[in-house]
Design a protein. Structure first.
Length: 764
């Protein structure tokens, strides 16, 4: 770009960056042709660069659905996210607020509280039926996104807990679309609908279902597959006649670095690789092919949908209502060619201590405002030429403008809530590359301080990426070596210490992991550290100490289902029924609708001797989540009572596969094998259990009984000798010794043992 004079540059900047927000146009109510209230389908493609879609430069044929929407609607060429992180970006999508206003500024630090006014709530209040189907933990209901939705499909099922696998945090796009498709097919067509569909397929690690879509480029292949899944929904709407009444929005929450500017993934830097997003809108008429070049943002979605629905705007909204231009593309857009859109990244500051970044985009420039300002012309899509040094008046004007924007970004009261993560939740986010930390006060962010420039720290970030990828590949020794090497060079890297805790736990080095957790808990107590300590106490059979720590973890974050699971399970196993029931009721106030509540209510009903009430609760919970402890065991108990031993066996074996070492399930399986006279199978379980438990009379007796049935009397007699050291002596065990002696032909000893067993029984 040819340098301009400083005077001209200052004048252009003043025009482009008027800090006074433009007055919105009056939104006309729907026309007679739109007498029927329109429906809305909003699609977010996670981690999808704009240039990964054909309408923005990707190869022809890669994304046919996106191409159709662009051909039949509107393509916004300068659309941006508000931050390259999923949770805060979607918080803006649902509220129309900048991150500083809704308060969710990082993955895992906050969630949208009940005080937030979401788009779904406003449409539901206006008579819309509402549904969301999402593809990842980072868009689950935990983050407050379910507000206003009649149906919210976010159950990761078995995927939620599969170790070191992308499927623990993601539902494949096909499953997401299947849920949405079924809801659309079954819903009443009397009311208009609002549907949000989120596909996570393009997120790293890239494991394309259809690699042939882009041979040699698995990321593009993932994007192409997601596009085809969305195409199924568009085709369904068309076939059912609903497309003629539906606005379709297709956009991304953020992009992906793919190595550009040194960033492999996303989250730290604000270059277009991760912040420029696709934004396509198809009107019900399907008449389009329009290109809109003014700056837009993900914050515009909520007010635009409300405008198209003819509904009033909430008192607090930062995005622009684009409805006038979508209804009539010839509408004068001067008002939008004076706007500037905002974005930020606190990730490097919160997690690594590097300088935070914020950026502002106006019609001519993009300024990245950090320790070292970077200015790029709007036509420099690769952002290769930083012209800040030759355009100082523009830099000054844009910095002044972003300062004035920041002054107006006052938090919305009650829109956000604090959250802290348990180890499983943290591990899920770490599996995605979002290492998590404690909640930090973000009232004063040092955007122009003297912290290290995050661009210069990309080599270190790449080393953390290497650790995560080694974990995803299940290469624990390599992950550990990388983490320890990095900590030698960067000893203050707390997030890498968190990764190392996970690695050590998975390698079975519990003491070393615990030492790290205790150190981290001393420095910054959190729900995560308290939960980890509680589990360590349980491993040492300190139930009382564990319950105290679990209660503290819940007090810090009452929305973590895994903490509640361990807490309630511990209360039940420690025979505290009243406390178990009262705490289950408390859990239900925070986890309403969660399978955990239904399953544990079934367990409680069975414990009360009410299998008819327990059975449907247990069956439903098991169908919804196969990871809940005790549910399969309780259901197996009912199957045993019904004489359905084969089903009981399968349930118990499944329980042990998901929760190895579940002693009650192993004991129940021993009883099932005994009823079936399957002595060899029974003996295998007994011997496995005996290596972990102290000698217990009933187990010893059953062990000896199985050996006798397998014609191994000498071994049975040796097992019963354990009883002699028990106080009180268990009579059935002595009786089993008598049987073993008789089988060995030692009749006098057998008679004496039988007599003693009878005396022991009589004395009880």
């Amino acid at each position: 770009m040819r340098p301009s004079s400083p005077v001209l540059l200052a004048a252009l900047a003043a025009v482009a960056c008027d800090p006074t927000p433009p007055e919105p146009l009056e939104v006309a109510p729907p026309s007679a042709a739109e007498a029927r209230q329109p429906s809305f389908l909003v699609i977010t493609l996670d981690t999808t660069r704009a240039d990964a879609l054909t309408p923005y430069g990707a190869p022809d044929g890669l994304t046919p659905t996106a191409s159709r929407l662009a051909r039949e609607g509107f393509r916004f060429t300068r659309a941006y996210t508000v931050t390259p992180l999923t949770i805060p970006a979607h918080s803006t999508l649902h509220t129309g607020l900048w991150p500083t206003r809704h308060g969710v500024r990082d993955n895992g630090d906050h969630f949208l509280a009940d005080g937030a006014v979401t788009l779904a709530e406003q449409l539901k209040d206006a008579g819309y039926s509402t549904m969301a189907s999402v593809g990842a933990e980072v868009t689950s209901r935990h983050w407050g996104f379910a507000q206003g939705f009649d149906a919210y499909f976010d159950d990761m099922g078995e995927a939620a807990d599969t170790e070191r696998s992308r499927w623990r945090v993601e539902r494949p796009g096909k499953e997401v679309v299947d849920d949405a498709s079924k809801w659309l097919a079954e819903r009443s067509t009397e009311a208009p609908f609002f549907a949000w569909v989120h596909l996570f397929d393009a997120h790293h690690p890239y494991a394309p279902v259809e690699p042939g879509l882009s041979p040699g480029n698995p990321y593009f292949a993932e994007v192409g597959h997601a596009d085809r899944q969305i195409g199924r929904l568009v085709d369904q709407l068309e076939a059912s006649g609903q497309l003629d009444h539906t606005w379709i929005f297709m956009l991304a929450d953020h992009g992906e670095g793919l190595g550009s500017h040194g960033e492999a993934a996303h989250g730290v830097l604000l270059y277009d690789d991760t912040t420029w997003i696709p934004f396509l809108v198809r009107p019900p008429s399907g008449s389009g092919g329009h290109t809109m070049d003014f700056p837009t943002t993900i914050a515009d979605v909520a007010p635009t949908v409300l405008g198209l629905a003819g509904l009033p705007m909430p008192e607090a909204v930062d995005g622009a209502n684009l409805a006038p231009w979508l209804r009539d593309p010839t509408t004068d857009a001067k008002v939008l060619y004076t706007r500037a859109v905002y974005m930020e990244s606190l990730y490097g500051w919160l997690h690594y201590g590097w300088a935070p970044q914020r950026a502002i985009v106006d019609p001519r420039y993009k300024l990245i405002d950090s320790t070292r300002p970077e200015l790029y012309a709007s036509d420099d899509r690769g952002e290769r030429s930083n012209i800040a040094a030759t355009h100082e008046p523009v830099v000054d004007a844009l910095r002044s403008h972003v300062d004035k924007m920041a002054e107006r970004m006052t938090p919305v009261v009650d829109a956000t809530g604090d959250t802290q993560l348990d180890p499983a939740q943290a591990a899920q986010l770490e599996a995605l590359g979002y290492m998590t930390g404690g909640t930090v006060d973000t009232t004063h962010v040092p955007f122009r301080g003297d912290l290290e420039d995050p661009v210069s720290r990309m080599p270190v970030l790449r080393r953390t990426e290497d650790i995560r990828m080694a974990l995803q590949a299940d290469d624990l020794p390599r992950a550990r070596a990388l983490a320890e090497a990095l900590l030698e060079r960067e000893p203050g890297f707390d997030q890498v210490r968190s990764q190392l805790v996970t690695i050590l736990q998975q390698m079975g080095e519990a003491d070393a992991a615990l030492a790290l957790v205790e150190e981290m808990d001393r420095q910054q107590p959190s729900s995560s550290s308290r939960f980890a300590l509680a589990r360590a106490h349980l491993a040492r059979r300190d139930v009382d100490g564990a319950l105290v720590l679990l209660q503290e973890a819940i007090d810090r974050d009452p929305f973590r289902a895994e903490i509640w699971t361990v807490y309630l399970q511990t209360l039940f196993a420690s025979k505290q029924p009243d406390r178990f029931r009262s705490e289950l009721d408390r859990a239900a106030t925070h986890l309403d609708g969660h399978a955990l509540i239904e399953g544990f209510r079934g367990v409680a009903a069975l414990a009360d001797g009410d299998p008819s009430t327990a059975e449907p609760l247990l069956e439903s919970a098991h169908a919804r989540s196969s990871e809940l402890p005790m549910v399969r065991h309780a259901l197996a108990t009912i199957r045993i009572q019904q004489g359905r031993l084969t089903e009981a066996e399968e349930l118990l074996k499944s329980e042990l596969a998901h929760h190895p070492g579940a002693v009650p399930a192993e004991q129940a399986l021993i009883a099932v094998y005994g009823q079936q006279s399957r002595w060899t199978d029974q003996l295998q379980v007994i011997e496995r259990l005996a290596t972990r438990l102290p000698a217990e009379p009933r187990l010893v007796t059953t062990h000896a009984h199985a050996l006798l049935r397998l014609d191994r009397p000498e071994e049975a007699l040796a097992v019963t000798r354990v009883c002699e050291g028990m106080q009180p002596v268990f009579p059935d065990c002595v009786g089993m010794a008598a049987e073993a002696l008789a089988a060995l032909g030692r009749m006098d000893e057998a008679d004496a043992a039988a007599k003693r067993a009878a005396e022991l029984r009589a004395s009880r």
